[in-house]
Design a protein around this ligand. Structure first.
Ligand code: 6PG
Length: 470
């Protein structure tokens, strides 16, 4: 039997779990892994190299009895029923005040349910998003924990040690009670979908209008990554254009089928934004585009039925420069929408989120990390009650300067038959959000006309109804 002095337990030794536990051990915490798959257990023991520091088992009792109390057991298993099944397997062996941390992309209402259920049994439960993929898990992810604040004190030293650092500050913080952590991670992923869609549209524009080669595309994105668009997603995009096809057939990107898969977090962000009544059109359209992309067979048939305009001639350097501005503009709008959703969800679900803290822990380690997040966090440090980034005085001149390029490119793309729905939704969102007058007075009139739904007036308090046409 092992000694009861391992600081941290991890269930699920898949790619994320293995990398995360090795990271914990690198940071001088003794970690113990558990997986039913003996091969994964053996592989971890070999890779860890020192059983005193990182050990593993496929036997649940051995696992639990190796952990120091209060036990801290993190689950890195697929979201859904498996999380409930693992919790049920662990429960008979746990003691009061032990802590279970779900590190997967669980739906936030599942986290609330699990937290309530486990609270009755004296167990603390943390829904804790982990972002950064396998490399992040190994070298420093951004971690988004939510749950019981007091119990977090036991988890904090480990999470702070293993997380990514930005200027020495750990990219992890206690975010709020209950499912706050999972919720923030869900919106992180919604923003991730939005940024990825925008990047792919800009690639399409550059390629279809000026026939940029993959080498040129690499240079463009690489150059942008050294400026204000510096971000993980722009960085890997540059890298992708350089990658040769493993089958020896040119560049790999040109051989990849244009059907994007999804595991649901972007869709949940959109769905919940609808429930809250907060507009996130740059995220909504990113989800829809993955769905349209999946309709490959129909797209191929439809392509033959309709003519498409030839892209109009445009100066390459001018296009690249406008594309940089438009992407910057649309990135800001996408973060603005996600953060707006968080601000509203914080009130609705009593999370008491601090958006300046969230922006800070997104500055390194996670998929949406970007230089821009430093400016975003400063805006929220200045005013942490900010409803929308577009209202931040520091952002007004940045957005004002970039918007003309977004307009020109959206118009150009529309004329050329190149779909840029993320860019145009970002622009439309901006134009609508910054309009004091919208034509929705007409919608109110229509509603009242056909359904007596009533309306309010701009010149008089009260609720009104008119017998239209009478
Ligand atoms: C992260 C990512 C990650 C997610 C992938 C895939 O923050 O590290 O968000 O959690 O699994 O991005 O998501 P989709 O399969 O839905 O694209």
């Amino acid at each position: 039997m092992e000694h009861k002095d391992y600081d941290f337990g991890l269930v699920g030794l898949g790619v994320m779990g293995r990398n995360f536990i090795l990271n914990v051990a690198d940071n001088d915490f003794k970690a113990f892994g558990y997986d039913l798959d003996q091969e994964k257990v053996d592989a971890l023991k070999v890779e860890g190299g020192n059983l005193e520091k990182v050990n593993a088992t496929s036997d649940i009792e051995t696992f639990i009895s190796a952990l120091a109390q209060p036990r801290k057991v993190m689950l890195l298993v697929p979201a859904g029923k498996i999380v409930d099944a693992v919790i049920e397997n662990l429960l008979p062996f746990l003691d009061k005040d032990d802590i279970i941390i779900d590190g997967g992309n669980s739906f936030f209402t599942d986290t609330d349910r699990r937290e309530t259920y486990l609270q009755e049994k004296g167990i603390h439960f943390f829904g804790s998003g982990v972002s950064g993929g396998a490399k992040g898990a190994r070298k420093g992810p951004s971690i988004m924990p939510g749950g019981n604040k007091k119990a977090y004190a036991h988890v904090k030293p480990i999470f702070e040690a293993v997380s990514a650092k930005f200027n020495g500050e750990p990219c992890v913080a206690y975010l709020g009670p209950k499912s706050a952590g999972n919720y923030v991670k869900m919106v992180h992923n919604g923003i991730e979908y939005g940024l990825m869609q925008l990047t792919s549209e800009i690639y399409d524009l550059l390629k279809k209008s000026c026939a940029l080669t993959n080498d040129e595309l690499h240079t463009v994105f690489d150059t942008w990554n050294k400026g204000r668009l510096q971000s993980f997603l722009v960085e890997i995009t540059a890298e992708i254009f350089k990658q040769d096809d493993d089958l020896g057939n040119g560049r790999l990107v040109d051989k990849i089928l244009d059907k994007a898969k999804q595991k649901g977090t972007g869709k949940w962000t959109s769905q919940n934004a609808m429930d809250l009544g907060i507009p996130v059109p740059s995220i909504d359209i990113a989800v829809s585009m993955r769905e349209i992309s999946a309709l490959k067979d129909e797209r191929v048939i439809a392509d033959k039925l309709y003519d498409r305009p030839e892209p109009a001639k445009i100066d390459k350097e001018e296009l690249i420069s406008m594309a940089e501005e438009a992407l910057y503009f649309a990135f800001i709008n996408t973060y603005a929408q996600g953060l707006h959703q968080l601000a509203d969800a914080s009130n609705e679900y009593k999370y008491e989120l601090d958006l300046s803290v969230i922006a800070k822990i997104w500055r390194a380690g996670c998929i949406i990390r970007a230089g821009l997040l430093e400016d975003i966090s400063s805006a929220y440090v200045t005013d942490n009650k900010l409803k929308n980034l577009l209202l931040a005085p520091s952002f007004v001149p940045k957005v004002q300067k970039a918007v003309p390029s977004a307009r020109t490119l959206v118009a150009y793309a529309a004329k050329s038959g190149i779909p840029v729905p993320g860019l145009s939704n970002s622009l439309t969102y901006f134009d609508a959000y910054t309009s004091s007058n919208l034509p929705l007075n007409l919608i109110q009139a229509q509603r009242d006309h056909f359904g007596s739904h009533t309306y309010e007036r701009i010149d008089k308090e009260g609720i009104f109804h008119t017998e239209w046409g009478a």
